[in-house]
Design a protein around this ligand. Structure first.
Ligand code: BGC
Length: 745
């Protein structure tokens, strides 16, 4: 039976609950009336030393390396910690789950899951409810497969548009990313699993990620990347935080006492557990600095959090009871998230995947961003021939590579060997989900009307383009964990293909399927551009819905599209071109590995804030996105009590129904120009309809972080707030006098 292994897995995971459910009995920690801290303390007190240590490290359970076979009792997936059957504690069955439940190396034969669109597509929806529903759906599929720990989502800010993992993350703004990630985690955990936020913090490039040292000013870090985590933690209350691979201001993320003990557990009072990334635990000093669990131990130089940890405790190198604290934190999250007593269990059906196709399509449709629509070429109308060019659009839509990659029910429609040097690039396969935009377009427009050209020969593409009424070119940029793009150009000569096709037929629409922003040297010669990112398992259909106006584009960019690499804080990507050590299977001693500094001189001015500060004009600004409808904003007012609120009206001034995403920014405080997203609304509006929106503003968004005073601080000042359709288009303004404020860190 398909999934037999998975039901067995659930049986193992859930066996703990049967004997003592509901009441204390001789296992008082099973009493659900008690709070999670009390239950964790009761159980931890019963652990033997080896049971305690057993909780503090986890195996890599994919079975992808000969030296790390899938452990007995595990479900093939990212991680496994054995149950403590004697005491009724379930094992930890861990899966990557940012974009869906993964199946690395297809080790769970025949198992599939819903492939949701990439993180940047999710962020482009600016729709917290929709992304929360996505988190809930992923968690349901995970539970049905027996997993009880989700390793997602990623809330690293996209500081560099060339970063290979931007597609997994939620863009460049701490409020947008934090709100979306928090909602995802919260809804996922409501399904009775732990959901992890990652990667704490500043894993903002993949080049040299195991050894680089991100150098940043403390206040700037608090106001940017840490703030995204803080917001997500406040909303989502994740059971676990995963540290980043890199160093921050000298110390590895996993061994950074200031960030773990000082900020996360200290200032923010975080009560869950901190796990390392896989192959990222530098040594026993990480336990002293606040890391609670070593993950993927086979990938590390040593299994640090077992015998070495015992010896270090014995020798007094760790705080007394530190190992107990680590275990209690893990158990606490297991209790708090319902791992001991979540409803459902072995009897739960595996049927939810089929019911999530509609959700995946909705996220994809809301996550596409219409960037250009000259002469209203879209939505497509007319009767003439349509030519679809390139991008393997005849087979499917691309999926990003690395640990987040999902395999859908029909498997991958195509797998293109990319090749390259290094451990990660050995696994570089450009995979396609079997949701072909070309097939969807043919079904919509009639197969006699639609032709396909693979785009390999420019002369052929030009000839066929000239014969069509409209041309849709699919241009792809495959990105993966473990490698960055060396520049912002589309790879494999696709710029030349687009320019050639547009010259033959100016009625050309480009659909970009990229892992992040790209340059568009042909922009002025094409009529339309749709940014579809990686649109997931229902992506082809969603793209088609938008092209034909069956859905109205409502996505907005969660990242700035630069006009050139020269506009970036680091025009040259640090470390690029050198071969940096990576542990995959190599058991690298991280502490001895040579590294390099990545200065983050832009500080908290990430993305659009950098462009505002330096007065540069990007290719497309953060927040930008067109619609088939047209909206007008008006009546902006600021109200100071109770709490700071902005009120405004939005009118659909067109003949078509559409969704607007009006955005509110801080543009000045006192005499200091600033640019910070303060909030947004997402409003569905019928033709001619007007609605009022009310946004509550978090005062920390108006503040600077005061390092010496360890608080957020707003000076007494006049603030100017602006409303508009992107970070660069802010016509409506309002001012308000703010009293001085000091807020908890
Ligand atoms: C990634 C993590 C992932 C882990 C387990 C690492 O390579 O950085 O995001 O959760 O692998 O698969």
């Amino acid at each position: 039976m398909k999934g037999g292994w998975a039901l067995a897995g659930i049986g193992r995971a859930m066996s703990a609950q049967t004997a003592d459910q509901g009441a204390g009995g001789n296992r008082p920690w099973m009493d659900r009336v008690l709070d999670a801290d009390v239950r964790a303390a009761l159980l931890e007190a019963e652990l033997t030393e080896s049971e305690r240590l057993g909780l503090l490290h986890c195996r890599w359970a994919t079975g992808l390396l000969p030296q790390a076979p899938t452990p007995e009792g595990a479900i093939p997936g990212a991680g496994y910690t054995a149950p403590i059957t004697r005491l009724g504690a379930p094992g930890l069955f861990e899966t990557d789950a940012s974009l869906g439940v993964t199946n690395p190396g297809a080790r769970r034969a025949g198992d599939s899951a819903t492939a949701f669109p990439s993180g940047l597509a999710m962020a482009s929806t600016w729709n917290p409810d929709l992304i929360a529903r996505t988190g809930g759906a992923v968690a349901r599929e995970a539970r049905e497969r027996g997993f009880n720990v989700l390793l997602g989502g990623g809330v690293n800010l996209a500081r560099d548009p060339r970063c290979g993992r931007n597609f997994e993350y939620l863009g460049e703004d701490p409020l947008l990313a934090g709100v979306l990630a928090g909602g995802y985690v919260r809804a996922a955990q409501a399904q009775g699993v732990i959901c992890t936020l990652k990667h704490y913090v500043l894993n903002d490039q993949e080049t040299g990620r195991h050894v680089l040292n991100a150098v940043i000013d403390e206040a700037a870090l608090r106001e940017s990347d840490l703030f995204a985590f803080q917001i997500a933690i406040e909303i989502g209350d994740p059971g676990a935080i995963m540290t980043a691979y890199n160093r921050i201001n000298g110390d590895y993320a996993c061994a950074n006492r200031h960030l773990l003990e000082g900020v996360l557990k200290g200032d923010w009072g975080y009560r869950g557990f901190v796990m390392s990334d896989w192959g990222a635990t530098s040594g026993i000093e990480a336990a002293a600095a606040g890391l609670d669990r070593q993950s993927g131990e086979e990938l590390d130089y040593r299994v640090w959090f077992d015998e070495p940890l015992r010896l270090a405790s014995q020798a007094g190198e760790l705080e007394a009871d530190r190992a107990g604290d680590m275990a209690r934190r893990i158990l606490r999250s297991m209790f708090a998230c319902g791992l001991f007593d979540a409803p459902g269990g072995p009897e739960q059906s595996r049927g939810s995947e089929a019911s999530h196709a509609g959700l995946a399509r909705e996220v994809a449709a809301q996550g596409c961003v219409l960037l250009r629509n000259e002469g209203a070429i879209l939505p497509l109308a007319g009767e003439g021939p349509i030519l679809v060019v390139g991008g393997l659009a005849d087979v499917g839509v691309p999926a990003g590579g690395g640990s987040s990659q999902v395999v859908t029910g029909a498997g991958h429609a195509a797998q293109v060997h990319v090749g390259g040097e290094g451990a990660m690039m050995a696994m570089a396969i450009e995979a396609y989900h079997p949701s072909s935009p070309w097939r969807a377009i043919r079904a919509r427009a009639g197969s006699g009307r639609v032709r396909f050209c693979n785009g390999r020969y420019l002369s052929e593409a030009a000839r066929m383009a000239a014969e069509a009424e409209v041309v849709i070119v699919f241009a792809n940029q495959w990105m993966t964990e473990g490698a960055d793009a060396p520049d912002l150009g589309l790879p494999s000569g696709q710029d030349a293909l687009i320019a050639t096709v547009a010259k033959a037929n100016p009625r050309t629409v480009v659909v970009l399927q990229t892992g992040g922003p790209v340059l568009m040297p042909w922009l002025g010669s094409v009529a339309g551009v749709m940014q579809a990112w990686y649109a997931g398992g229902a992506g082809g259909q969603a793209i088609c819905d938008l092209l034909f106006g069956d859905a109205c584009p409502s996505g907005r960019l969660p990242m700035t599209f630069p006009a050139s690499e020269q506009q970036l804080p680091r025009p040259h990507l640090p470390g690029l071109g050198r071969r940096w050590a990576s542990p995959a299977g190599a058991r690298l001693d991280l502490r001895a590995a040579p590294g390099f500094d990545v200065p983050h001189d832009e500080g908290s001015d990430v993305g659009y804030r950098w462009f505002a500060r330096t007065g540069q004009t990007p290719l497309f600004p953060f927040g930008f996105g067109l619609s088939y409808a047209r909206f007008e904003h008006g009546d902006l007012q600021l109200q100071a009590r109770p709490g700071l609120e902005a009120v405004f009206s939005v009118r659909n001034a067109s003949e078509v129904a559409g969704t607007d995403v009006p955005q509110l920014y801080l543009v000045r405080r006192g005499d200091r120009p600033m640019r910070r997203l303060l909030g947004w609304a997402r409003l569905d509006l019928a033709p001619g309809e007007t609605r009022q929106a009310r946004l509550r503003i978090d005062p920390r968004l108006l503040a600077d972080f005061d390092v010496a005073g360890r608080c957020w601080s707003v000076p007494e000042s006049e603030i100017e707030i602006a409303l508009g359709s992107s970070a660069a288009e802010l016509p409506l303004r309002a001012v308000l006098r703010m009293p001085a404020l000091r807020l908890d860190p």
